[in-house]
Design a protein around this ligand. Structure first.
Ligand SMILES: Nc1ncnc2c1ncn2[C@@H]1O[C@H](COP(=O)(O)OP(=O)(O)OP(=O)(O)O)[C@@H](O)[C@H]1O
Length: 352
């Protein structure tokens, strides 16, 4: 039947069924609880931004989705199948649609921003047996390679390329998980990555460790794309890059998404992330505190104050124009120099 094979589409053209469904997940490192019962959904075709201050739990969330960490409780579903979930994680009757339920009516919970209530503190009713369990050792937890084989590629913070191997070898490694891939398929994927990142084609034989920071980020993203993922998890792709390169990386993310890859993006650069995202979640000390469309989040004063601070302040710091329209150029220069404290240089004098 067509209804079963063609997922419903929303008015924004995106599929209405979550590709990734994270339900009430808690993750801990030993005694440190890093993620406290978060739920989030990513629909096929979306770019979803995960924002939050340092230590909010963004990286932990990505590591849990890709199979590097096991949740203590809650579950993760990908395209309707379980990826992870502790022994007590099966969704209860009130926990939303099951994995085989029809198209959800409510993946992003409608328009507008939604404030999330704080979760119960640890120990308030949870069984004491749910102690931190690092590693995927319980329930339906799939190991990293099986998660990757299902179509989830993770580009970790810090890139993690193989420095002694060439750029080409690093890229080819990315396609190893796809056992059915033909040589021709790998070649096509490589061409696609080279089109996105011409610099990688130029540096093909160079050891990856000799690439610049920006080029290494391109390589990390390119390697993830070689696996032909359906969902790509990007952790701080703009970290440490010069503004021009940041723009390049974000333009490429947009292009990857336009090519049909769904994106879950962790970013400190909230302004840039919200420009390319459809929706976003804001994490604070391990909990989702705010969610909504990227446009609503970018307008929200709480987001502006906490995460768009620099650009917001910069906007406000721009001095009002005090030089009348049509004033002679030297007048403009003098006024600006006086306002900003800049020293005016006479070009001819200084050159001599
Ligand atoms: N390996 C670890 N062992 C113990 N605690 C950890 C470990 N990794 C992270 N944490 C803690 O878990 C919490 C969440 O960390 P996480 O790296 O997920 O945050 P984040 O939002 O990605 O922050 P950042 O933007 O700084 O990377 C922090 O309090 C951190 O100190």
């Amino acid at each position: 039947m067509t209804a079963a094979t063609t997922p419903a589409r929303t008015t924004d053209g995106l599929h209405d069924v979550p590709l990734l469904d994270v339900r009430d997940v808690e993750v801990a490192y030993g005694a440190v609880t890093a993620v406290r019962g978060i739920s989030l959904r990513v629909r096929s075709g979306e770019v979803v931004a995960l924002l939050g201050a340092n230590g909010a739990g963004k990286t932990t969330t990505l590591r849990m989705i890709s199979g590097l960490l096991a949740p203590v409780r809650g579950s993760v579903w990908f395209d309707g199948a379980p990826l992870a979930g502790g022994p007590n994680s099966s969704p209860g009757p009130n926990a939303g649609p099951g994995p085989n339920a029809g198209p959800s009516r409510d993946p992003g919970r409608g328009p507008g921003l939604h404030r999330r209530p704080r979760p119960r503190p640890r120990g308030s009713g949870r069984p004491s047996s749910a102690e931190p369990v690092p590693g995927r050792d319980s329930g339906a937890n799939l190991p990293v390679h099986r998660v990757a084989a299902l179509g989830i590629s993770h580009v970790p913070e810090g890139r993690r390329i193989f420095p002694a191997m060439s750029v080409a070898e690093n890229l080819t490694l990315g396609s190893f998980l796809d056992a059915r891939r033909s040589r021709e398929g790998t070649r096509r994927e490589l061409e696609r990555v080279h089109t996105l990142f011409p610099r990688l084609a130029e540096r093909s034989r160079q050891p990856a460790g000799t690439l610049s920071g920006g080029e290494q980020q391109m390589l990390a993203i390119g390697r993830a794309l070689m696996a032909r993922p359906r969902l790509i998890l990007l952790d701080e792709p703009s970290l440490g890059l010069a503004p021009k390169l940041v723009a390049t990386i974000f333009a490429v993310i947009r292009e990857i998404n336009a090519d049909g890859v769904t994106v879950l993006l962790v970013e400190q650069n909230a302004a840039a992330a919200l420009r390319i995202a459809h929706r976003g979640y804001v994490l604070d000390t391990g909990s989702v505190v705010l969610e909504g469309t990227a446009a609503d989040l970018a307008r929200d004063p709480r987001v502006r104050d906490a995460y768009l601070g620099a650009s917001h302040e910069a906007e406000q710091a721009v001095p009002e124009r005090t030089v009348p329209e049509g004033a002679p150029e030297e007048e403009v220069g003098k006024r600006l120099a006086a306002e900003t404290g800049a020293v005016e240089l006479d070009v001819e004098e200084s050159a001599g």
